[in-house]
Ligand binder design. Structure first.
Ligand code: MN
Length: 427
C-alpha cells in the first residue's frame, strides 16, 4: 500500500486530517464529507496508530494501481483471473515488521461507523487460509466485529472460506487463518474476484503485480500473506458462534444480526509507522471493491450473446451492485433485449439493467439519463420480470429472496438511426 500511497501523495491527492478524532462515529462523519478523497487521520484519540481511508474509492485510483485506463479495468480483471501467476518470493514476518506481540485489539484504531453498529468493525481485513482438504489458498475480505482483546467474529458468506471452515469443523479442528490489513488496491481487488475454489486469489493478485509480488511467511500459522500494514494470526474456532451485526451494507441500510464463527487471535505484527486501513461501509471504496469484480462476469455473459458489447458498469447510484449499464454496438434489432436477459442472469443480484448504444458514456450518469430520455418508449423498451431471484441486500426483496427485475432497452431503433443522431457528436 505504501508505494501506491506515495504516488497519490506526490500528486497532492492525499488529505491529512490533523484534528483529534475518535474512532467512535467521528472518523466516519469525516469520511462521509470526503467520499472521493484519500484521507490520513493523523490524530486518533484512542490509539497511536493512524488511519488511512479511500485508497481505492474512485475508478481512476483503481485503474492507476492496475496500470490501465478506466475503460480497460474489466479486460485486465478477465486476463488476471484466467492467468494466475505462481509466487516464489518470500520473507519472514519478523523481518518485515518491527513489532510482533500478543494481540490487543485496543491498540488498533478500529472505528465504530454508525450508532446502531454491533461494535467496532474491521472492514479492510483480508482473511487468508488454506483448504484443509486440498491445500489451495484463499484470500477474501470479510467484515469483522471486535469481540475482545483477541476475539473477533466475521461475516462469512457461503463461498470458499466458508467451505474451508466447514471442512475443518467436520474434523473437529480449528481453521488456521491470517488477517492482513493495508494492501495496495490491485491486491485488494484480486481478493474480491469470483474465481473458482481451485484458484488462489493471491496468484491473481500476482498477475496484477506482473509476477513481482512477494509474500510474508507468518510466524505461528502455516500461511503466507501479501505485504501489508498489519498482520494478525489466529484461527477460526470449530463449533463456536457469536452474534454478528447489525452492520451497514452496500445499500446503506442495516444488515441483520446473524450467528457467525468466532476467531481467536494469537499474534499481531505491525511496523513502527503502520497505517490502519478503514473502509467506510456503503462508501465508494466498499462499493467499488465489491462491485467492480462482478463486471467481467456480466461482460463475458453478454459477449456470448451480443459480441459487440463495449462496456459494462455497475453504477455507483446502484450501489455498484443492483444496477448495470451496458453499451453495445447494435447490429440487429432486438440486441438490446438479449443483452438485458444475459446481464440479469449473469449477476443474480442485478435488479435493473439499462442498455445503450456506444455513443453513450456508461461511466456518466447524466449521459445514461439522456439515453433513457431520448431513446426509450415505455411500452416497447421495458422488460419486467417478476418473482426472479435477486439480491439479499435489496430492501424490496420478498422473504423468499425473490424480487422484480427490470430491463430498459435505451438503444436506437436501427431503421430510424438518423433521427437519433447526437448532433454535438457529429460536428
Ligand atoms: Mn478462493
Amino acid at each position: 500500500m505504501r508505494e501506491f500511497l506515495k504516488t497519490l501523495e506526490d500528486d497532492s491527492r492525499v488529505l491529512e486530517i490533523e484534528e483529534k478524532v475518535s474512532t467512535y462515529l467521528q472518523i466516519c462523519e469525516i469520511m462521509r464529507k470526503y467520499p472521493k478523497d484519500t484521507l490520513i487521520f493523523q490524530n486518533i484519540r484512542e490509539t497511536e496508530m493512524k488511519i488511512v481511508s479511500g485508497i481505492c474509492n474512485t475508478r481512476e485510483k483503481i485503474s492507476q494501481a492496475m496500470g490501465v485506463e478506466v475503460s480497460g479495468i474489466t479486460q485486465r480483471i478477465v486476463e488476471a483471473t484466467e492467468n494466475p501467476v505462481p509466487i516464489d518470493k518470500y520473507q519472514d514476518a519478523k523481518k518485515f515488521f518491527d513489532i510482533s506481540k500478543k494481540p490487543d485489539m485496543t491498540e488498533l484504531p478500529v472505528p465504530t461507523y454508525y450508532k446502531k453498529d454491533g461494535g467496532p468493525y474491521i472492514t479492510a481485513g483480508v482473511i487468508i487460509a488454506k483448504d484443509p482438504d486440498t491445500g489451495v489458498r484463499n484470500a477474501s475480505i470479510h467484515r469483522m466485529l471486535v469481540l475482545g482483546a483477541d476475539k473477533l467474529t466475521a461475516r462469512i458468506v457461503p463461498r470458499h472460506l466458508y467451505t474451508y471452515h466447514q471442512r475443518a469443523e467436520r474434523n473437529g479442528e480449528p481453521l488456521e487463518i491470517a488477517i492482513a490489513i493495508g494492501m495496495d488496491p490491485a491486491t485488494l481487488l484480486a481478493t474480491t474476484t469470483s474465481v473458482s475454489i481451485a484458484t488462489d486469489e493471491l496468484e491473481v493478485a500476482n498477475n496484477f503485480q506482473n509476477g513481482e509480488m512477494g509474500l510474508i511467511n507468518c510466524e505461528t500459522v502455516d500461511l503466507e500473506v501479501p505485504e501489508c500494514e498489519i498482520l494478525m494470526e489466529g484461527k477460526i474456532l470449530p463449533y463456536e458462534r457469536a452474534e454478528e451485526g447489525p452492520f451497514v451494507d452496500l445499500t446503506d441500510t442495516y444488515d441483520v444480526v446473524r450467528q457467525e464463527p468466532v476467531i481467536e487471535l494469537d499474534r499481531v505484527h505491525y511496523r513502527d509507522n503502520s497505517l490502519y486501513h478503514a473502509i467506510m461501509p456503503a462508501g465508494n471504496e466498499h462499493k467499488l471493491l465489491q462491485g467492480l469484480p462482478q463486471e467481467p462476469r456480466i461482460f463475458q455473459a453478454v459477449q456470448n450473446t451480443v459480441p459487440t458489447v463495449k462496456h459494462v458498469v455497475l453504477t455507483g447510484g446502484g450501489c455498484c451492485w443492483l444496477h448495470a449499464a451496458v453499451s453495445i454496438q447494435k447490429q440487429t434489432q432486438g440486441d438490446g433485449k438479449n443483452v438485458i436477459m444475459a446481464a440479469l442472469a449473469a449477476h443474480p443480484s442485478l435488479k435493473h439493467c439499462v442498455v445503450v448504444d456506444e455513443d453513450v458514456n456508461v461511466f456518466d450518469p447524466e449521459d445514461l439519463e439522456y439515453a433513457i430520455a431520448t431513446r426509450v418508449k415505455g411500452d416497447e423498451d421495458i422488460i419486467i420480470v417478476p418473482l426472479a431471484r435477486g439480491s439479499s441486500l435489496d430492501p424490496c426483496a420478498a422473504p423468499d429472496g425473490t424480487t422484480t427485475k427490470v430491463g430498459v432497452d435505451a438503444t436506437k431503433p436501427l431503421d430510424k438511426k438518423e433521427k437519433f443522431e447526437r448532433v454535438s457528436q457529429t460536428l
